[in-house]
Design a protein around this ligand. Structure first.
Ligand SMILES: [Zn+2]
Length: 427
């Protein structure tokens, strides 16, 4: 790790509504952390190496709060189905194959290569219900240079025999063994407890996961209120519960630990209150929610009420891993919600969606998603030459166009905790 300076056109979120921009500015990194941005280089750093990215955009790395690595193989398939049918037709049969490490290895290599090439510097991942393959994925994520949380999935009911764990105790014992095997093995890859979703987890399993959470003090991720059918099913399986969040609260799983709940499309007022009180992060998955007809999450309402929200790809419900695509989709679906569902909730602006993609999700990892002094130094250098226009555009407008028009080929350099992932630039 080293200390250096980047020169270029810098953009990051000042707050949820405002972008801070600095043309031809200097961004200083010291041992993996940002020391801030400057119009001219302070004398203190005159002798530090300067990487000159003049006329390129420099922004914080993007954060994917929710994706499924074993589902990478069938991205773009099955989008004619709703969630529960889609799980049975595509997801469960595919995930069952990860019992076989010879199958898992090249497929996990492919997804990790994709993550490295793209704009996301932090990823929170569901693996499968297989200890060995999950450790293999964690090994590969560690080597990638990205920072991630990876979860070995728990599921002891309502799944095919090829994937379902025999009972709660079998699932919990395997989880303990996985945590022991992962302990002390990585410096940027962290375990996260992963009960798949309430229909796949008995109360005994949920209670046991809460106990493990207490013992190991690690975060938890799951899916919540994704579709109306799922919510009805949860009420049948857990008579007396008012909503999904009740089941987690009753198990002791919402409140103590850092938690990510994916989707949260259909949370009512009470469930929203429970999520807010717990400090849970909502992983907003706009592309997946559209693909499998789940609905449009009320992100404007969650932001207004002060909940933690980040963006997510949810591959393979979503087909694109890039959080640039999630930014564009979050804005698009918010317009449909405003037009078709609730005219009281204004659409998200580009600046708000960019905030969710950086600081919003980054907060789950700590001080991540900004160039303010003290933030971890995750940065992207973006070459937007291909999108130059005869119009006069501001720096913020260049970033907006990049988010909508670019692909991975336009990323010139990528830093995670101050380490460059691509071949070094010349000073
Ligand atoms: Zn998911």
């Amino acid at each position: 790790m080293s200390s250096f300076v980047l020169k270029g056109d810098i953009c990051y979120s000042e707050n949820a509504t405002t972008l801070h921009t600095l043309q031809g500015g200097y961004l200083v990194c010291a041992e993996g952390s940002s020391l801030g941005c400057f119009e001219s280089l302070p004398g203190l750093y005159q002798d530090w190496p300067v990487y000159d990215y003049s006329n390129k955009l420099i922004i914080p790395g993007l954060v994917d709060l929710h994706t499924h690595a074993p589902q990478f193989t069938f991205r773009g398939l099955g989008t004619d189905l709703e969630l529960l049918e889609w799980l049975n037709a595509y997801t469960f049969p595919e995930e069952a194959r990860y019992r076989d490490l010879a199958y898992a290895e090249p497929n996990y290599q492919a997804v990790v290569r994709n993550f490295v090439a793209g704009p996301n510097t932090r990823v929170v991942i569901f693996a499968s219900a297989h200890t060995e393959a999950t450790l293999l994925l964690m090994d590969q994520m560690e080597q990638s240079g990205l920072v991630s949380y990876v979860g070995r999935v728990n599921m002891d009911r309502n799944a095919p025999d090829s994937l379902r764990e025999a009972d709660a105790e079998v699932s919990l014992q395997a989880t303990r063994e996985w945590l022991v095997a992962a302990a002390g093995r990585y410096r940027r890859t962290y375990p996260i407890l992963t009960p798949r979703f309430v229909p796949c987890c008995t109360n005994a399993l949920m209670n046991g996961i809460a106990k493990l959470q207490g013992e190991w003090n690690i975060p938890v991720q799951s899916h919540l209120a994704e579709t109306l059918k799922e919510i009805e099913w949860v009420k049948e399986l857990n008579p007396g519960c008012r909503h999904n969040a009740d089941v987690f609260v009753n198990a002791g799983l919402l409140g103590g630990a850092a938690t990510i709940m994916a989707h949260c499309v259909w949370c009512d007022e009470d469930e929203t209150r429970v999520l807010k009180q717990s400090g849970a992060f909502i992983a907003h998955c706009p592309q997946s929610n559209a693909n499998i007809s789940s609905g449009i999450a009320p992100i404007r309402r969650y932001m207004r009420e002060g909940l933690n929200v980040g963006l997510a790809s949810d591959v393979a419900g979503g087909m694109q891993t890039s959080i640039f695509r999630a930014i564009a989709d979050a804005v698009v679906v918010s317009k449909l919600r405003w037009r078709l569902v609730d005219t009281g909730d204004m659409p998200l602006t580009f600046a708000e969606a960019f905030y969710l993609a950086t600081i919003g999700g980054g907060a789950f990892f700590g001080r991540v998603g900004s160039f303010r002094p003290g933030y971890e130094f995750d940065a992207l250098v973006l070459d937007d030459e291909a999108f130059s226009t005869s119009r006069t555009v501001t720096l913020a407008e260049r970033l907006e166009r990049f988010a909508y028009l670019s692909d991975d080929r336009h990323i010139a350099q990528k830093y995670v905790r101050g380490e460059a992932l691509f071949a070094p630039a010349s000073t």
